[in-house]
Write a protein that binds this ligand. Sequence first.
Ligand code: TGC
Ligand code: FAD
Length: 390
Amino acid sequence: PDLFQAPDYYNLDDLLTEEHKLVRDSARAWVKREVSPIIEDYAQRAEFPKQIIKGLGEIGGFGPYIPEEYGGAGLDQISYGLIMQEIERGDSGVRSTSSVQSSLVMYPIWKFGTEEQRQKYLPKLATGEFMGCFGLTEPDHGSNPSGMTTNFKDMGDHYLLNGAKMWISNSPFADIAVVWAKNEEGRIHGLIVERGMEGFTTPETHNKWSLRASATGELIFDNVKVPKENLMPGKSGLGAPMQCLDSARYGIAWGAIGAAMDCYDTALRYAKERIQFGKPIASFQLQQKKLAEMITEITKAQLLTWRLGVLRNEGKATTAQISMAKRNNVDMAIHIAREARQMLGGMGITGEYSIMRHSMNLESVITYEGTHDIHLLITGADITGIPAFK
Ligand code: TGC
Ligand code: FAD
């Protein structure tokens, strides 16, 4: 009773194990205690609440599926999804921090790094002692990362890195950056760049109206000397960062449900309490239509992600299946946020309620990790065999 309301119209709980429910409920309780009471203020001030980092590590928010021997939580993909859902019920920006650290920093080090790199970085990333960021997007290359110009040269005893990345979540405070850059043959590789390396700077991006509680910035490399042991040797080519994106996009598909649930719960409660024309607004058919459609869409999204989680646990989920879920669920959430905002009338635009913040946050979520258009084209390419992006 102490926890958030959680729409579960099709008894999805029956499909979860005791461990799934335990993991979800501890994340839910933590978000209610540590995130929800403070997040609106931080978003209004456009500041990342650094004090939540330790707690995020404790609930499994950093590397939920990374093996315990490296400090991760060793959980399955459904538990990972449920953690993302609960965190994003609080705020998409906090979920971003968790997604980046888990799927875009820890995942590549775990999958493509050397044993020394795993030992050096993963346990500290799992607790939040080290924070990481992921540099793929550049000022001139967003949807088409393969065109990147950031590059490194082999100087014998080290690499020399030059270029710039833009729109990088966590960059202003990250201790390390997983950076994707081309070698002299034009092949993409991942390098671990550490704060403090000469020529490496991370200016913050200001004046965002979206994801205000998440810090975003650039990564600038001006003749940065990167030790050779910082290259991740396990995989090269665009497929390496794309494999990380598969994991992060899967988490976002779950996270978007959390934001939608919070908007739906808020609108339902408000509609039952708000009296106009002598009746609760929930008694009017137009408002019932909005609520009924919201719970229908949330339920469909829950079933999609649950099945996708099972496929991922079996190692069978395809990139195109993940694209479909990311695209559908973020679009679902952004529509629900907009309808829920209207149901609160004027109150909906204030920070007294979470809806407007979710609505603005979701404008980033529908753009990052592949835009709404790009995910549609990935589905199109998958079903026709003809990629339309080129
Ligand atoms: P394409 O020709 O399709 O592929 C190039 C090579 O990569 C391989 N590949 C994959 N391998 C493994 N897993 C995947 N998911 C893969 N996807 C592609 C592919 O097999 C091929 O290999 P090879 O050996 O044949 O060379 O590449 P393309 O250049 O045509 O681009 C395809 C496209 C447009 C779909 C893709 O590049 C794309 O998804 N663009 C969107 C970019 C994007 O999502 N950026 C995200 C940046 S990170 C971020 O936003 C973090 S926000 C985090 C937060 O705060 O939560
Ligand atoms: P563009 O690629 O320029 O796209 C502009 C428009 O053109 C879009 O509507 C797009 O759908 C459309 N378009 C592009 N190509 C096609 C096509 N072939 N056919 C049809 N339409 C097309 N990146 C990182 O690497 N790391 C991060 O941590 C990170 N965090 C982010 C945080 C925030 C808050 C934001 C906003 C972005 C972040 N990104 C990050 C970058 C994000 O991944 C890119 O913004 C995204 O991939 C889109 O690239 P772009 O902004 O350059 O848009």
